[in-house]
Design a protein around this ligand. Structure first.
Ligand code: ADP
Ligand code: ZN
Ligand code: ZN
Length: 748
């Protein structure tokens, strides 16, 4: 006999309340996860409909009390059914509870209150705005200054169109009273529901549409001709930064939407800048919606409702936008497909690319992946013919690729140059400062420095709750605090070594703060801006810093990997990569891939305008293949070498890795369970077992973490292994104090 768990109302808060019904034998073959069914509910057997979210052979309570499903609702496949089916697939493939999987695909329903979307827009022109701004600056009216500075910095389209009210409140950290007073003074207007509805209104210019170049046109034609003849595929556009991929996406989206199909456009959160989003708004107007992490659950839900009702055709957003409930989805685009944020960090740890391909398959949609540095996975599949590959090898428009110089830091040391700038980089920075061109210094680290350690006993000062070293932080001009980047634990820098009492403790490694100090010392008068997780105040602040840099408020921008796509800096003609090989030392099979990506993306910031750019790549390993190929922007040579290593060591994408994380407050219990799990994995002959061992972070927030890995070329076998472990954990009465998580082919 078959039993179905049913939810009556798909809103996440009710998810934990499922009701079990039996499936009549004649319906068994037609019922699956996601089916909409009729059931008798409650004491009065009220007829209701509900969705099946689980099927099993065993009843979870007294079988005599279980009622039976009375019918299947067949009026078309509702998008809810589709998404639940997708959740079931995610649960199977990545390991998680159905509950977590459903939560990943379904937005939380908002409480009833209907919120009005408001827009803030200047009612005076930019000249007048400047004058008003100066007045407020004189009065040190900082909140108003922030608002007016922000508005003045907008391009003319947005200046006329206005900006989302809640965005201003959150991003600029001002209160509604501040905006009200500006309105009363006749400086700004505030209007309901004006947001992006009619981008062509007012004085705004309609977006200029480029005439596609030959390479772009070829891709567009190929993909659309497939689309129009009913062929659905996954395409990979490998195109260097600035080669015009976004322009291609937009031109294809145009046609797909014109055919009455909907489009999901995924962009990593970090690249979801106003600039990027505005390109889509100006082209597609009110048919576009955006979701991002600044939206509340309710606002997100509203966007999904609009999508379901058919009021929009295009949804732009990060990972979670993939689950937009479009009824007639025609295309999913994943830009910057290599970004690690496309893998979910919490269970289910799904890979957006794979789920997108699966969802597209279910709905008869195509998928376009795009990147300047494709993931090894995507390129491997393209080489195997699973995806169709297109290339764009030249920059669109007039910009050309920058010249790249590699400097060997060991030689600098021999030359007694102990500073963090090689001679070449120092000279080029000086030259730029003299010419009033801008510089970006890229460092693959955050915080002031690597860690503080004792020169006598060699001990690094670590977090007592997590097995990581504490990172030094600067406050008011000197290093005086140590922070744990995992749990937030923070102490003042001790005077003596906590383990041996020696006074000789010091800082190792380099970080953005140190680079900023070195700049100030070496280039007097240079104006700097620094961008890392400490200066940006979370996800919101970084676009403001980039905006200020773009407006010429600084000569040198010092930043970590946050300096990515979405921003063009036409006046940046030099990029210095301070220590290109830092990320090579990461203990992770993707270290070379990540390094190649970081260098290419950083170098891609140089020379985006009329003037040609230069890049200085400083490294201790100038001969390393990821450095050599990144310097030449030669992805294919890099790929050829890297894939051989993956082959040799049986790493993804050639093989697959299942990671099982065991965690518990009780270390002994976690260790024991990890051993049992490794025994289970060993029963599968084609699976190679690694571990058990401490996880890369062996202890976090006082929870001990152990890892067991299984490698196997056949993904489906690893899925069986996962099922076995899950079943074991469920049945076992031991190890109640342990939890387990799964991750397939982890990307970080
Ligand atoms: P990518 O997404 O590959 O980084 P974009 O689509 O953002 O590239 O294009 C890079 C720059 O080149 C943009 O400023 C864009 O407006 C411009 N551009 C793109 N295609 C063309 C074209 N066919 N002609 C002229 N300029 C173009
Ligand atoms: Zn010591
Ligand atoms: Zn900690």
């Amino acid at each position: 006999m078959l039993f179905a768990d049913i939810i009556i109302d798909i809103s996440v808060k009710n998810l934990d309340r499922t009701f079990q019904y039996s499936v009549p034998a004649e319906m068994e073959k037609d019922i699956h996860i996601g089916s909409l069914v009729q059931i008798p509910f409650g004491n009065g057997n009220r007829p209701l409909t509900g969705y099946v979210i689980n099927l099993s052979g065993t009843p979870s309570f007294d079988i005599s009390k279980i009622k039976s499903i009375t019918g299947i609702d067949r009026q078309g496949i509702a998008v809810e059914s589709h998404l639940l089916l997708l959740a079931g697939w995610i649960k199977e493939n990545y390991g998680s509870t159905m509950n977590n999987a459903v939560k990943a695909v379904m937005p939380v329903r908002k409480e009833v209150r209907q919120k009005v979307v408001k827009t803030v827009f200047p009612v005076i022109d930019k000249e007048q705005m400047k004058k008003v701004l100066e007045e407020f600056e004189k009065k040190h009216n900082t909140a108003r200054v922030r608002v007016l500075q922000y508005l003045s910095g907008l391009d003319s389209i947005l200046y006329n169109k206005g900006v989302d009210y809640s965005f201003i409140i959150k991003e600029l950290k001002v209160s509604g009273t501040v905006l009200d007073s500006l309105k009363q003074k006749g400086i700004i207007g505030i209007e309901a529901a004006r947001q992006y509805r009619n981008p062509a209104s007012g004085k705004a210019q309609p977006a200029s549409q480029h005439i596609l170049n030959e390479g772009q046109q070829y891709i567009k034609d190929s993909i659309l001709s497939d689309f129009n003849s009913g062929i659905r595929k996954t395409y990979l556009i490998y195109g260097i930064t600035g080669s015009g991929k976004t322009e291609v996406y937009m031109s294809i989206i145009d046609d797909v939407v014109a055919q009455g199909r909907q489009v999901i456009m995924l962009i990593p959160e970090i690249a979801l800048t106003f600039q990027t989003v505005n390109r889509f708004y100006s082209r597609f107007g009110a048919r576009v919606s955006v979701i991002h992490s600044r939206l509340s659950a309710g606002e997100r839900y509203d966007q999904f409702v609009r999508a379901k009702e058919g009021s929009i055709d295009i949804m732009i957003g990060p990972r979670s936008a993939l689950f937009t409930p479009f009824n007639n989805l025609g295309l999913i685009v994943i830009d910057e497909e290599h970004e690690s944020s496309y893998q979910s960090e919490t269970p289910p740890k799904y890979h957006t690319r794979e789920v997108a391909v699966h969802r597209a398959g279910m709905m008869g949609a195509s998928v376009i992946l795009g990147s300047a540095t494709p993931s090894l996975e995507a390129y491997y599949r393209a080489c195997n013919g699973e995806y169709q590959l297109f290339k764009l090898e030249e920059r669109a428009g007039s910009a050309v690729l920058p010249d790249v110089y590699i400097t060997d830091l060991r030689k600098e040391f021999e030359k007694k140059n102990y500073s963090i700038f090689s001679e070449k980089l120092r000279n080029l920075i000086k030259e730029r400062l003299a010419k009033h061109e801008q510089v970006i210094l890229f460092i693959n680290r955050r915080g002031y420095a690597g860690f503080i350690s004792c020169r006598k006993c060699g001990e690094a000062i670590g977090c007592p709750h997590c097995s990581v070293s504490l990172k030094p932080h600067m406050y008011k001009g000197s290093v005086n605090r140590l922070k744990c980047h995992f749990c937030g634990y923070e102490i003042p820098v001790p005077d003596v070594c906590p383990s041996c009492g020696s006074k000789y403790i010091g800082i190792f490694g380099i970080g953005t703060q140190q680079v900023e100090e070195a700049v100030k010392k070496n280039f007097t008068g240079a104006r700097t801006l620094r961008m890392d997780a400490d200066t940006t105040g979370g996800k919101e602040g970084h676009s403001r810093i980039l905006e200020r840099f773009k407006n010429g408020e600084a000569d040198i921008l010092i930043g970590t990997q946050m300096i990515v796509k979405g921003h063009d800096f036409p006046n940046v003609t030099l990029v210095g990569i301070i220590a290109a090989d830092l990320s090579l030392n990461a203990n992770d099979y993707r270290a070379a891939e990540r390094t190649y990506q970081l260098i290419t993306q950083a170098a891609g910031r140089a020379g985006r305008g009329e003037k040609k750019g230069e890049v200085v790549l400083q490294t201790y390993q100038p001969e390393h293949y990821s450095i050599v190929h990144a310097a030449r922007q030669d992805y294919e040579s890099f790929y050829k070498q890297e894939i051989v290593i993956r082959q040799m060591l049986q790493y993804p994408p050639v093989s697959n890795i299942l990671g099982v994380l065991v965690f518990s407050e009780n270390e002994e219990s976690a260790s024991k369970l990890a051993v049992v799990i490794s025994e289970i994995v060993k029963q599968y002959q084609t699976v190679t077992v690694l571990g058990p061992a401490d996880a890369p972070v062996a202890k976090a927030k006082d929870i001990y973490r152990k890892m067991v890995y299984g490698k196997c070329p056949d993904y489906s076998i690893l899925r069986l292994v996962k099922d076995r472990i899950e079943a074991f954990k469920e049945q076992s009465t031991e190890y109640r104090d342990c939890g387990i998580n799964f991750e397939f082919n982890f990307t970080r």
